[in-house]
Design a protein around this ligand. Structure first.
Ligand SMILES: [Ca+2]
Ligand SMILES: [Ca+2]
Length: 211
């Protein structure tokens, strides 16, 4: 839980007044703030409209209120550029450049079967780590998650089935795909559009990693 200092609190109170004013034309019934950047310059949360649909919002003194889309914005990174929350039962990440993106789509290769990242509740100051909860297929229950958004955290390319362990199944996958050609095949570890000895050697080289 982030403890707000006096200065951010004053900024917050000022900002909430501005937000309420900004939302009046669209007849928002309730504004709830859920997160604030450490210097108080960015505030996020949700607004309930007349139809009772929650919309995630971002507020800055410069941009004013910004509707991010249906859902709830829970937290914002230290520099105010990354926002996380949930929309329609799925965790999202938002930046000005990309808009709202479903974490389940962005990191689909790391999720197995019916596992769903449901709500992103908070993130590290630099935005790299995101925490929340969702449904875990393996335990068939609701569980907390920690997502490392760093692409290197996906593990070696030789982990074909992305289960964080380079083992027999990855070796078999490459063997079965042997001599296949085409772009984007996971078994093509060196991305030269053909599955061959080089890819097999990569799996053998990484064998046991992460297991
Ligand atoms: Ca594997
Ligand atoms: Ca290859």
């Amino acid at each position: 839980m982030r403890v707000l200092g006096l200065a951010p609190t004053l900024v917050l109170l000022t900002a909430l007044g501005l937000i309420l004013g900004a939302f009046q034309p669209v007849s928002a019934q309730r504004i709830t703030w859920l997160g604030i950047s450490p210097d108080g310059s960015v505030i996020v949360g949700y607004a309930l409209g007349a139809n009772n649909v929650a919309h995630a919002f971002r507020w800055t003194q410069v941009d004013g209120i910004q509707d991010l889309g249906p859902g709830f914005a829970h937290a914002v990174s230290e520099d105010g550029t990354i926002i996380v929350g949930n929309s329609n039962g799925r965790a999202f990440i938002w930046t000005q450049a990309t808009g709202m993106q479903d974490l389940n789509t962005l990191y689909a290769t790391r999720l197995r079967g019916s596992t769903v990242l449901g709500v992103a509740i908070n993130l590290s100051p630099d935005g790299r780590y995101i925490v929340g909860d969702g449904y875990h297929e393996l335990t068939e229950s609701r569980e907390a998650f920690l997502l490392d958004t760093d692409s290197f955290a996906e593990g070696p390319v030789s982990d074909i089935d992305r289960n964080f362990c380079v083992d027999d199944s990855d070796l078999m996958a490459v063997l079965f795909a042997s001599v296949m050609t085409g772009s984007g095949m996971p078994e093509d570890t060196n991305h030269d559009d053909v599955v061959d000895d080089a890819d097999l050697l990569q799996v053998l080289f990484d064998f046991g990693e992460g297991c």
